[in-house]
Design a protein around this ligand. Structure first.
Ligand code: HEM
Ligand SMILES: *[C@@H]1O[C@H](CO)[C@@H](O)[C@H](O)[C@H]1NC(C)=O
Length: 463
C-alpha cells in the first residue's frame, strides 16, 4: 500500500462523520410527529461550526404548529417552527424564532444572530400514502409530511443558549400545538401556546451527540438523511453520558439542586436514619437524630428553593402543596422525637408520643417518596421517575426485611435464654431493654444502652 493510499484512508476515517437524528412517531396515536437530523461541519473558511438541519413534520390537518429548538429551555433557544395548510398549494412555513422566556417566541432580528447566518434550503409538502387505505370512511384530508432543510452558518456563534458542535450531549427542545385553528400563514403569525406541563405531550427535551455528526472535511457535507422508522441515532431522551448529566444540572441549577437535596434526604438519609435506630449500635440513638435532623435540613433548604422556583407562578399543584405540608411536618416530627426521648428516659416505656413519632415518620417518608415521583413527572422526567420508583420499592423491601430481622433477633435472644423479661435481656445486649418483643423497637435505641449499661456488665451479643 502506498503512503498516499494510507493517508487517504486516514483522512477518510477522520472525516467519517455520521448524521444524528431524533424522531417521535406519534401521528397514529394523535401525538406529536416529527423527525430531525443534524450534521455539523467545521467551516474551514470561517473556522466556525455550521449546522445542517433537516426536519420533517407529519400531519393531516392545517391546525397548530410543531417546533424544535436548541438549548434546554425556551429562553435563548434557536427555534424552528413549522406550520401551514398542506392542501393550500403553498409550501409549509418554517418560522425561525427565539424567546426570552416562557412567552410567545418572536422572529429573529440580525442583532439576535451574533454572527450566525441562516439559509433555508427547502420547505415542501410531500403526500404520504395512507397506511390504512382500506379504511371504511377515509379521512377528508390526506396525510402530508412537511420537509424542511436549513443551514445555520457559523451556528456555534449563536449568542443564545450554546450550540456546540463538539459536545456529546447538546440539549434540544420540542413543542407542539395541534389545536390552534386561527392560524394565519405568515412567518410572524401569533402562535397559541403548547400544552402545559411535561408529559402532556405538549413539549419535551432531547439530546444529540453533536460530536458524532461533526465533519471536518474541507468540502461542505450533504444534508443529513432521515432514516425512516429510526427513532434515535446518536440521540437520547435524556442527557448523554457524564458530560450531559453535569451540563444539564448546571443548566438549571435551581431545579436540580432542589431535586438533589430532596433525593438525598428521602432516598438516602431518612432511610439510613431509620435503619440506624434499629442498628443495635451503642450510639444508634445519636446516629438517628443527627441523620434525621440533617435530612430535615436538606428538605427545608430544598423547600426554600421550591418556593423560589414558584415565584411569580401559582402555588397550587399537589406537588407544591404536599411539599409544603411535608416540610412543616418534619418540624413536628423532630419535636415529637425529642419529646419521646425526654419521656422515655423518665418512664422507660413508650407513650402515645412515641407512636406518633414512629407513624408520622413513616407517613412522611412515604409522602416524600410520592412527592419526589410527582416532581419528576411534573418536570418531564417520567423515565427517571420509573427508575427512582424502582429504587424506592427496593428500599422499602430492605427496610421491611431489616425490621423483621431485628425483631427476630430480639425474640430469639429472649427465647433462647428462657427469659421472658425483655428488660433484662436489653440490659445485656445494650439494646431493646424496655420493650423487647413489642412491635416497634426502633426507639428503645441507644439511649437504652447509656442508661442501663452501668447496671450490669455488658455481655457481648451472641447473635
Ligand atoms: C407559542 C407561544 C409559546 C408560549 C406562549 C409558550 C409558553 C410557555 C409556558 C407558559 C411554559 C411553562 C409551561 C409549564 O409550566 O409547563 C412553557 C414551557 C416550555 N416551552 Fe413554551 N411557549 C411557546 C412556544 C414554545 C416553542 C415554539 C417551543 C419549542 C421550540 C417551546 C418549548 C417549551 C419548553 C421545552 C418548555 C419547558 C422548558 C422550559 O422552558 O422550562 N415553547 N412555554
Ligand atoms: C463557510 O461559511 C460561509 C459563510 O459563513 C459559506 O458561504 C461557505 O459556503 C461555507 N463553506 C463551506 C465549505 O461550507
Amino acid at each position: 500500500m502506498t503512503a498516499h493510499a494510507l493517508l487517504s484512508i486516514l483522512l477518510a476515517a477522520i472525516a467519517l462523520a455520521e448524521p444524528v437524528q431524533y424522531c417521535r412517531y406519534g401521528h397514529q396515536k394523535g401525538e406529536v410527529d416529527f423527525c430531525m437530523g443534524v450534521t455539523t461541519h467545521l467551516n474551514h473558511t470561517t473556522l466556525a461550526h455550521d449546522m445542517y438541519l433537516r426536519m420533517t413534520v407529519t400531519r393531516d390537518s392545517n391546525k397548530g404548529w410543531t417546533a424544535i429548538g436548541t438549548g434546554p429551555e425556551m429562553a435563548g433557544s434557536l427555534m424552528f417552527i413549522v406550520y401551514g395548510d398542506p392542501e393550500s398549494g403553498e409550501g409549509p412555513l418554517l418560522s425561525i424564532r427565539t424567546a426570552t422566556g416562557h412567552q410567545q417566541p418572536r422572529l429573529l432580528t440580525p442583532t439576535d444572530m451574533g454572527g450566525a447566518d441562516l439559509l433555508v434550503l427547502r420547505a415542501d409538502w410531500m403526500p404520504v400514502a395512507h397506511p390504512q387505505s382500506h379504511e371504511v370512511r377515509p379521512r377528508r384530508r390526506g396525510t402530508y409530511v412537511a420537509e424542511v432543510a436549513v443551514v445555520c452558518f457559523a451556528c456555534s456563534r449563536w449568542p443564545g443558549s450554546p450550540i456546540t458542535a463538539t459536545t456529546g450531549s447538546q440539549p434540544w427542545i420540542w413543542a407542539w400545538n395541534a389545536a390552534q385553528d386561527d392560524m394565519i400563514y405568515t412567518f410572524d403569525t401569533h402562535l397559541d401556546m403548547h400544552a402545559h406541563h411535561a408529559g402532556n405531550g405538549g413539549w419535551g427535551n432531547f439530546y444529540l451527540d453533536m460530536s458524532r455528526s461533526l465533519s471536518t472535511d474541507v468540502m461542505r457535507p450533504s444534508l443529513p438523511p432521515l432514516r425512516s422508522g429510526v427513532r434515535m441515532l446518536g440521540a437520547s431522551d435524556s442527557p448523554i453520558g457524564a458530560e450531559g448529566l453535569v451540563a444539564s444540572i448546571r443548566a438549571r441549577p435551581l431545579v436540580n439542586t432542589h431535586g438533589i437535596l430532596m433525593g438525598a434526604a428521602f432516598l438516602l438519609l431518612f432511610p439510613v436514619g431509620g435503619a440506624a435506630i434499629r442498628s443495635g449500635l451503642g450510639k444508634s440513638f445519636k446516629y438517628h437524630w443527627v441523620i434525621q435532623l440533617v435530612a430535615s435540613g436538606f428538605v427545608w433548604a430544598g423547600a426554600v428553593l421550591g418556593v423560589i422556583m414558584s415565584r411569580g407562578g401559582s402555588f397550587a399543584t399537589p406537588h407544591q402543596v404536599a411539599g409544603a405540608v411535608l416540610a412543616l411536618t418534619l418540624g413536628a416530627q423532630g419535636l415529637l422525637g425529642w419529646q419521646h426521648h425526654v419521656r422515655f428516659i423518665k418512664l422507660r416505656r413508650r407513650t402515645w408520643i412515641s407512636h406518633a413519632h414512629i407513624w408520622l415518620g413513616r407517613a412522611a417518608m412515604l409522602g416524600g417518596w410520592a412527592n419526589m415521583l410527582s416532581g419528576l413527572v411534573l418536570s418531564g422526567h417520567g423515565r427517571t421517575a420509573m427508575a427512582v420508583g424502582g429504587l424506592m420499592g427496593l428500599e422499602a423491601m430492605v427496610m421491611l426485611a431489616w425490621t423483621w430481622f431485628v425483631k427476630m433477633r430480639v425474640t430469639r435472644v429472649a427465647d433462647r435464654d428462657g427469659n421472658p423479661a425483655p428488660s433484662d435481656r436489653g440490659a445485656e445486649n445494650g439494646l431493646y431493654f424496655s420493650i423487647g418483643q413489642s412491635e416497634d423497637e426502633e426507639d428503645a435505641e441507644g439511649m437504652a444502652a447509656d442508661q442501663v449499661r452501668e447496671e450490669k456488665p455488658r455481655k457481648s451479643m451472641s447473635i
